[in-house]
Design a protein around this ligand. Structure first.
Ligand SMILES: [Zn+2]
Ligand SMILES: [Zn+2]
Length: 442
């Protein structure tokens, strides 16, 4: 059987399960959960894998679920298909969890439905009779890097080291036997077409910042206080003043939030907490901007005579899509959505922990349409369910055929062309080396 014939069989099997796959995606959309807390979603994935006759391992990096299937046509590389489990808090989102505020405003529900759909299509069509090597179906936690105070507390309690899902899975060795990986992320941007492949994505460093002043009576004795909120405002103003020094080609993004702005209004704020990312296209550019941001935060403390604690946390590495995999994906995409609807996307300024995987193995991170509104916005919604859910399932499954059929010749070609920049040990050492805590007395 040719690869094309095998793909058509797999597509037909996915279409046969269309309503089930769409139903799973909608069920997850309506029950969003935050990163490392995706308990219900993980259980749904585990149960679905079980129904397909797989033997999943669960609780990986708290909530990850992994199921392996070996090809029956010889040995070969191991190819992981990923789907991210988590939502994020977006003010005003109409389908948010009333307790946590979590919402699927990034379309990760479609990733998981697509992952399960790919497993169904490959298993139902008996594609594994024609595949060499091994496929790992992997639902992964916590791509959205938020809820940081809770995650830091988990790290202090020894339940996490890294605060993003894939870095933590890498640390724990759950990718140690994986040779290459891909996922397909939903997009709502018309310029991405129906599907497309980016060249690269920004990486980021994550920071938590705590200004400590001195509380005092806001009406009666402001001269006795040190206003931590004003110190923070000067820090933020200093960051804004630095923006013109960021080079366009470095695509720096610094976007702080205040997570605690004071205790109550008649008290001069004695403590103010902020969080920010420092994003950029390259590690060097991120480190350069990060040093400027630290300086800006110190300036706020200096001006008011406050103290500032700056905690720098490893974030996500810049991502590069593997060119050999991207070529195969493009051919499949043209077959699925037509040449006119495929886009070669340039550099994207968001960050993803697929970047971390891309440090140690070839990865592919295409985008699939079917959504409208703004990513991470209250108006983000999936409008073309066939494209958003079934498109991801077919896009993933077709790559399995390309890389693992014909004795895994495609997969071997990917591996022989790829030059991942780090070993897993080097990656872990690099990320750990970024962590630092500075206390500056202004
Ligand atoms: Zn997102
Ligand atoms: Zn996302």
């Amino acid at each position: 059987m040719t690869r094309q014939e095998l793909k058509q069989r797999v597509y037909a099997a996915i279409d046969k399960r269309a309503s089930e796959i769409i139903g799973l995606g909608e069920q997850i959309r309506q029950h969003p959960e935050l990163g490392f807390k995706e308990v219900k979603t993980a259980r749904l994935v585990e149960e679905t894998f079980g129904r397909l006759g797989l033997a999943p391992k669960s609780g990986l990096a708290l909530t990850g679920v992994r199921a392996d299937v070996a090809g029956r046509a010889g040995s070969g590389p191991t190819f992981a298909l990923l789907g991210e489990l988590d939502g994020l808090v977006v003010t005003g989102h109409p389908v948010a969890d009333p307790q946590t505020g979590a919402a699927h405003a990034c379309g990760h529900n479609a990733q998981v439905a697509g992952l399960l759909g790919a497993a169904m299509g490959l298993l139902d069509s008996a594609a594994f009779d024609h595949l060499a090597g091994r496929v790992v179906f992997f639902a992964v936690p916590a791509e959205e890097y938020g809820d940081i105070e809770w995650r830091v507390a988990q790290a202090r309690a020894g339940r996490l080291e890294f605060l993003g899902g894939k870095p933590e899975l890498l640390r724990l060795g759950h990718f140690a036997d994986v040779d290459m990986a891909m996922m397909i992320h939903t997009t709502s941007r018309p310029e991405d077409g129906k599907t497309g492949v980016p060249v690269s994505n920004n990486g980021c460093i994550v920071k938590t910042v705590r200004y400590l002043g001195r509380a005092s009576h806001a009406g009666g004795a402001p001269h006795m206080g040190i206003n931590a909120l004003y110190a923070a405002q000067i820090g933020l103003a200093a960051i804004n003043a630095l923006r013109e020094t960021f080079r366009d080609e470095d695509t720096i993004r610094v976007h702080p939030i205040i997570t605690h702005g004071g205790s109550q209004v008649n008290v001069i704020p004695g403590e103010v907490r902020l969080e920010t990312y420092v994003r950029g296209r390259t590690v060097d550019a991120i480190l350069d901007a990060n040093a400027k941001v630290d300086r800006a935060f110190r300036a706020g403390a200096l001006a008011l005579g406050a103290k500032v604690e700056i905690e720098t946390l490893p974030g996500y590495m810049p991502m590069t899509c593997d060119a050999t995999m991207a070529r195969a994906y493009r051919d499949n995409a043209v077959g699925l959505v037509g040449e006119a609807n495929f886009r070669q996307i340039g550099h994207r300024t968001g960050s993803t922990d697929m970047g971390d995987l891309s440090m140690v193995m070839p990865v592919l991170h295409p985008y699939m349409g079917g959504a409208t509104g703004s990513g991470h916005g209250a108006d983000f919604q999936i409008v073309d369910k066939d494209l958003a859910y079934l498109g991801i399932a077919k896009g993933l499954a077709a790559m399995v055929v390309d890389l693992l059929a014909d004795g895994a010749a495609g997969g071997r070609e990917v591996l022989s062309n790829a030059r991942p920049p780090m070993t897993p040990e080097q990656y872990l050492a690099f990320q750990r080396g970024l962590a630092r805590r500075e206390v500056y007395e202004g």
